[in-house]
Design a protein around this ligand. Sequence first.
Ligand code: PRP
Ligand code: MG
Length: 175
Amino acid sequence: RADVLRRIDELVRLVPDYPKPGVMFRDITPLLADAAAFAAVIAEIAARVDGPVDLVAGMEARGFLIAAPVAVALGAGVLPVRKAGKLPGPTAAESYDLEYGTATIEIHPATVPAGARVLVIDDVLATGGTAAATVALLERCGAHVVGLSFLVELEALGGRERLAGHPVDVLVAVP
Ligand code: PRP
Ligand code: MG
């Protein structure tokens, strides 16, 4: 397990000033490309999940890459949380504030049975805007959010506070 966490540190590339000045981007492509490390990360996330899960929700785009294999590992289905305009509908949507402007995410609520136990997965927890909007959208659609898992948490941005009341699991926390 310490080994998995060390591999994440080694294989998540830090890119300063991307996509804009002052932002430290975390590039997970080297981790995805390493067969053993990626498999170990998926197994570790799945092993930490407490209790049964019906659906694993992944946020477009990078969340998809982690949510789908975790869902297979757990014997659960996948729920794509898409950026606006990508699903044919009927959709349910939730908007949230960005630094400049707003973003909207959508799901197909018909794929969420009432009371479905949903695990939410993304690569990075930053401000928590994406994750909080996902939780709000899922709960509005009748799901029970059993927890959220992230590869990396950027603690300084305070995202965890916006997820109060839900179990949050992160593999690597950056102060
Ligand atoms: C990044 C990252 C998370 C989100 C975290 O996604 O993959 O989804 O930002 O930020 P937050 O906690 O402040 O909401 P991004 O929207 O850049 O797009 P991508 O996954 O499609 O690359
Ligand atoms: Mg993302």
